[in-house]
Design a protein around this ligand. Structure first.
Ligand SMILES: [Cu+2]
Length: 179
């Protein structure tokens, strides 16, 4: 008998919780402003069909000026990208810069000639990018300075480098976890 009462009470509590949930959903739905950063219609950027490939971890390296940086290869294996950020680790919600050097593979010897670089940061899980456009200035052949980067949220970002030459774009992307 007491078991039955307990079951009933449990069920009633369950119903009450469901009802509360439903009420709060209804109450919240119209009030919630759409997330200004999330754009469900914006598909993830696709370059040479490799959008689904997971970003590669960058490996420590030495930049041409002897400073420590990190290196990663483009997904199509055409280029090696070396970069270092200023400051050394990407800050949360503060402007940072990147020095980027790109060489051709295989060989990793000559700086890439006549290439165009674009750099972007995205939070794929949130389906949004940065709130600002970085300024990318060539320093010399194969070397660029990227200014005005801003990762404005905690969480998982992907930092990507698109190298375009002769109408072909190669992408290198690396994960960045902002904590
Ligand atoms: Cu986000």
């Amino acid at each position: 008998m007491s078991q039955v009462i307990a079951d009933r009470a449990r069920r009633r509590r369950g119903h009450a919780a469901l009802l509360l949930l439903a009420v709060s959903l209804v109450a919240c739905a119209p009030k919630q402003a759409p997330c200004p950063l999330c754009d469900p219609d914006r598909a993830p950027t696709s370059v040479d069909g490799a959008a689904a490939a997971p970003p590669a971890a960058a490996a420590p390296c030495t930049m041409s000026d002897g400073a420590p940086g990190v290196a990663l290869d483009s997904r199509d294996g055409a280029y090696r990208i070396r970069f270092r950020t200023e400051p050394d680790s990407i800050p949360l919600n503060e402007i940072f810069s990147i020095v980027v050097e790109i060489r051709e593979l295989p060989g990793d010897e000559g700086s890439v000639q006549d290439a165009m670089l674009s750099v972007d940061g995205r939070m794929p899980d949130h389906r949004h990018g940065m709130l600002r456009q970085p300024l990318i200035t060539p320093i010399e052949q194969g070397r660029w300075r990227v200014e005005g980067m801003l990762f404005h949220m905690l969480g998982y970002w992907e930092l990507s480098f698109d190298v375009t030459r002769g109408g072909v774009t190669s992408r290198a992307a690396t994960p960045v976890e902002l904590e």
